[in-house]
Design a protein around this ligand. Structure first.
Ligand code: CA
Length: 408
């Protein structure tokens, strides 16, 4: 389960989260459709052999694939991802709204007894589980009503990431075969993420638990216990450290070397303190590994990220998502909102602008390793090097102004 890694967020709330493992990000040009509703039966007939070879029984296959259809809305959502980009602050405004914080406190109170047992069983803090629950489904209110098998058939039969989604489709059929859910009950988001905390089918197979011991691993029903415990199992597997933060907002000292704000520059919290970093509110817990994150560049808030940041990245690798989990969890517990101002005069670059930035940097002698519109580590490194060469603050954060300067 892994979503394409982009600097900015690509999805609306309650969209597919988690881990679209090794799923290449789509690009808007890459739009060819090979399967239509009319040709779907032929695709399903060919897929049948592959599914049966993967262990799906003929009966399960036929029950699961009866009446499947290609969904245009799913294809639209998939293809518009790369254009649909928001700034981190616009995302956080919605993701960590006052309403969602208040609803999170109520959800925590309502589900307290279950959280006691889940925390004891998995060692994962309830605040972070509640935050993921809030982000993924508004605490169970918006779990997605698209038949997951239709969504996965549509994406598996499409040309671009068919292999990935075919694997998820086989996982979904395996869930049916185990008797955990019926095709009608198995609903979710457009990309196949299911239930209270939006598990992809393959993640379900690996990590879902029957916490309430009623004989089914149920992520869809009104009772969230299985879903929350499954999420805890997932985070525990990836190394969650109980009681440790995900990220803490910090104040950088004057003259801080921006090149140190890099996920590859990992130091102890004590080392950062010695350099002059201080929390803007509350504690800055100690720890051997932490790094400085500037999600909106040098003009925006600064954070010290802890190893739990990487654990939440397993759910969804976008910085904005991880920060939203961190902030929502803190605020549900009564902690402060982000204190420093976001650079709200800036806007997100469009896909075409991101490609232009990469081409411009490469042409200027700062290669980005391609021009795919994704602002990954190579593009950030190239941008920093170009900024240094122009005596600009080397924060590696792409802005319309930098793009304009690059063209001059
Ligand atoms: Ca159950």
């Amino acid at each position: 389960m892994r979503f394409p890694v982009l600097l900015c967020l690509l999805f609306p709330l309650a969209a597919p989260a988690q881990t679209f493992e090794a799923m290449p990000a789509p690009s808007p040009q890459d739009v060819t459709m090979t399967v239509t509703q009319d040709s779907l039966p032929a695709w399903i007939a060919a897929f049948r052999d592959r599914a049966l070879a993967a262990g799906i029984s003929a009966a399960s296959f036929d029950a699961g694939m009866a009446g499947r259809r290609i969904r245009a809305d799913v294809l639209d959502r998939d293809r518009n991802q790369a254009e649909f980009v928001r700034t981190v602050w616009a995302y956080l405004d919605r993701a960590v709204s006052a309403e969602r914080v208040a609803a999170g406190r109520m959800a925590l109170a309502r589900t307290g007894a279950a959280f006691d047992r889940i925390e004891a069983a998995y060692g994962v803090d309830r605040s972070v589980l509640a935050a993921i629950w809030g982000l993924e489904s508004d605490y169970g209110a918006v779990k997605g009503d698209i038949p997951v098998l239709d969504a996965l058939v549509t994406l598996a039969a499409d040309t671009r990431r068919g292999a990935y989604f075919e694997g998820e489709l086989i996982a979904a059929l395996t869930i049916l075969q185990h008797g955990d859910a019926s095709p009608a009950r198995m609903t979710g988001s457009w990309a196949g993420a299911m239930g209270h905390t939006q598990f992809m089918p393959s993640t379900y197979l690996r990590f879902a638990v029957d916490f309430d011991q009623d004989g089914r691993r149920d992520l869809w029903g009104a009772d969230p216990r299985d879903a929350l415990a499954s999420t805890a199992a997932y985070l525990a597997h990836w190394g969650w450290t109980r009681g440790q933060p995900v990220a803490v907002e910090v104040r950088l000292p004057p003259g801080f070397d921006l090149l140190l704000a890099d996920v590859k520059v990992v130091r102890s919290v004590a080392d950062w303190r010695a350099l002059g970093l201080a929390p803007v509110a509350g504690d800055l817990p100690g720890g051997p590994e932490s790094w400085v994150l500037l999600p909106a560049g040098a003009r925006g808030p600064a954070f010290l990220a802890y190893p739990n940041f990487r654990v939440i990245e397993r759910y969804n690798p976008a910085d904005a998502y991880v920060l939203a989990v961190s902030q929502l969890a803190r605020q549900i517990l009564g902690g402060a909102a982000v204190q420093a101002a976001w650079p709200r005069d800036l806007r997100a670059l469009t896909y075409d602008e991101r490609v232009a930035l990469q081409r411009g940097l490469t042409a200027a002698g700062f290669p980005t390793g391609g021009a795919d519109g994704r602002i990954g580590p190579k593009t950030v490194a190239a941008l920093r090097a170009w900024q240094l060469a122009r005596s600009l603050p080397p924060d590696g954060f792409p802005t319309p102004d930098l793009l304009a300067r690059l063209g001059r």
